[in-house]
Write a protein that binds this ligand. Structure first.
Ligand code: M6R
Length: 618
């Protein structure tokens, strides 16, 4: 996730901005940059790599550090690979405007083509450089001031943004705006100085007075005068609400959550939206994914899809198997990358291998990709980290756009991977004629309800906390699910194991009779997914079998369920959705449950023992 910092006032801006960037490092990034204005010239320094790499550049020349105005950025690549040129800030062609941007401008390509026709030249592959030139074009065409030009330009863009813009012809002002990405303004005494940042951590020691912009708001910040906030779309003025910050630095970095894992669990509504943003074109009723469109015949004629991955990503792959087979009628095999690479797998040129990885760096998955390529398969990547090794090694692919995942236990990576796989399966299902137009449309509409449903589901936190307090001392747990929710049972068990160190197993519910049932007694909590579709009656029978052996049942059911409620010890309700999308909801209570149990047992939630976020060795 990108980070923005900026300062305008009377102090030396460089240390404020550079330290601000360091404070934002926790968000994850691949490049960093800073623009310093010394009263005459703007000095730009930027590089792929860390803020410490940026400091090596600025240390070479004191001019790069001079001035009382500066804006800085840590970039998490979305458009264009991580490199020096794509790093922010970006100048407009005139050299007067400079911008830093978080988010994604979805219609950047259309705007870029228009600007190219008008003679604009682009150095980078970024959507941000398109935005700053659009602002320049509007400013020139309308003959307006910076604030108005930014506002008018933003009415033309589709997507998400937090931006800070500086115009060297108006050096006492900064313009910031937001839609979908956060931006905070720190207000100095008597309006003599202002700070801008993605959160308050870069300026907390300078001021506790902060304004958090709401979506579709734009602020014009003028030194000596103050701040004016307006609505971007209807131009109405907004009363500025200056808040008194009470948080400490660490709390701010974690967005007020106690742990990154909890923050990331709560980020899922946004992460899922970001995953399908710009891919579901609601007005046209289509899914647009250039990585699939460009290879459509290959996908439509594929003999089978082989999914390779590890850990949670492998579980997402298993959900993918159900999705592809059900929605697109394509045969699928899901393989542990570590096994696949050392077998002598039969792969043909008509196979498509989908490699799934949050980090894009998992050694076994990378090796499996190389093996598949050597055998002539087309390899498609589903990664979160832009420009990662797997993203580069695969022939084509789709990013999940989940934003950085810092907690070792994957949460939003899982749900966003399933979202990408759902999009691909739906698209292929429609292209192959497996899904009728109305059925496809219904799926699209239902998928777009998921973020709100996850949001609502997260409100059950207290209920899950209570259940966690009842079962936190268990030494063994069983997770059961069928069909689409069998992989969720595996994932639920993995989450519990890795952060609470309690032994847990996931099973397809019907397999219980073939072994695990022997373990059941009054000390065994059993988490069962029993949503109303997908073999409901069969799962209810499994629950009866557990009950008659005194097992404790914690069931995940669909809202309005009555049957399971009568038998289970605890029930957690999830909203109604298509069966294919239930994993996006049923996994949420399991994430919260493991989190709360781990906290209650005083475990290191974000960095569990013996585990690494990215397993780059086999
Ligand atoms: O980065 P990747 O998705 O390739 O990582 C794969 C696994 O190492 C990862 O999912 C691991 O299982 C997580 N810690 C699970 O929470």
């Amino acid at each position: 996730m990108c980070g923005i910092t900026g300062y305008i006032g009377y102090r030396e801006a460089y240390p404020i901005v550079i330290n601000g960037l360091k404070r934002l490092e926790y968000r994850g990034y691949d490049s960093a940059g800073i623009m310093m204005y010394d009263g005459e010239e703007m000095h730009l320094s930027k590089t792929k790599g860390k803020v410490s790499d940026l400091e090596i550049i600025t240390d070479r020349d004191e001019k790069r550090k001079r001035g009382t105005i500066g804006i800085g950025h840590t970039r998490w690549a979305t458009h264009g690979i991580p490199n020096d040129i794509n790093s922010h800030p970006h100048f407009s062609n005139s050299g007067e405007l400079v911008v830093v941007h978080n988010g994604i401008i979805e219609n950047y390509d259309t705007i870029k083509k228009e600007l190219v026709k008008r003679g604009y030249i682009f150095k980078s592959d970024t959507d941000t450089e398109v935005l700053v030139n659009l602002i320049q074009e509007v400013k020139k065409k309308e003959g307006c001031k910076l604030g108005k030009a930014v506002q008018l330009a933003l009415t033309q863009v589709v997507g998400a943004y937090a931006i800070a813009v500086f115009d060297k012809t108006k050096p006492n002002e900064l313009v910031v705006a937001r839609l979908g990405s956060p931006i905070a303004i720190g207000v100095g005494k008597e309006n003599k100085e202002f700070f801008v940042a993605s959160d308050a951590s870069p300026f907390i020691e300078y001021t506790k007075d902060a304004i958090y912009l709401e979506d579709e708001e734009l602020a014009i910040i003028k030194v000596g005068k103050g701040i004016k906030v307006r609505k971007i779309m209807d131009d109405s003025m907004v009363d500025t609400n200056v808040q008194q910050l009470k948080m400490n630095l660490e709390q701010i970095e974690k967005g007020g959550y106690d742990h990154f894992m909890l923050k990331e669990i709560h980020e899922q509504p946004k992460a899922i939206t970001d995953t399908y943003r710009g891919r579901i074109l609601a007005n046209e009723g289509i899914i647009k994914m250039s990585s699939i469109d460009d290879n459509l015949p290959r996908f439509l004629n594929a003999d089978r899809i082989i999914i390779v991955a590890c850990g949670t990503s492998w579980h997402a792959g298993l959900v993918g198997e159900y999705l592809f087979e059900d929605l697109a009628r394509i045969p699928v095999e899901v393989e542990y990358a570590s096994e696949f690479r050392y077998r002598n797998p039969i792969i043909t040129t008509k196979d498509i291998v989908i490699a799934i990885s949050q980090s894009g760096e998992t050694a076994d998955t990378l090796a499996a990709i190389k093996l598949a390529k050597s055998k002539g398969a087309f390899v498609y990547g589903v990664c979160n980290v832009v420009g990662s090794s797997i993203a580069r090694e695969t022939h084509s692919g789709a990013y999940t756009h989940a934003g950085p995942e810092i907690g070792v236990a994957s949460t939003k990576a899982f749900t966003t991977q399933i979202t990408v796989l759902s999009l691909i399966a739906l698209k292929l299902g429609r292209e192959k004629g497996v899904l009728s137009k109305p059925a496809f449309q219904k799926y699209l509409q239902t998928l777009q309800l998921i973020p709100k449903q996850v949001e609502k589901l997260l409100e059950i936190d207290d209920q899950v906390k209570y259940i966690a307090s009842v079962y936190k001392d268990a030494t063994n747990c069983l997770y059961l699910g069928r069909g689409f929710n069998f992989p969720v049972a595996l994932e639920g068990a993995l989450k519990l194991k890795e952060i609470s160190y309690i032994h847990a197993e996931g099973y397809p519910a019907a397999e219980m009779k073939h072994g695990p049932i022997a373990l059941i007694d009054e000390n065994m909590p059993i988490f069962v997914i029993a949503t109303n579709k997908g073999h409901y009656e069969k799962v209810v029978s499994n629950i009866q079998e557990i009950k008659s052996r005194a097992g404790k049942i914690i069931a995940i059911v669909t809202e309005g369920d009555t049957q399971v409620k009568e038998i289970a010890d605890h029930v957690i309700e999830i909203p109604e959705t298509e069966e294919a999308f239930t994993p996006l909801l049923t996994t949420i209570p399991f994430q919260l449950l493991s989190y709360h149990i781990a906290v209650m047992l005083d475990k290191n939630v974000d960095q569990p023992r013996n585990l690494a976020k990215s397993v780059t060795v086999e």
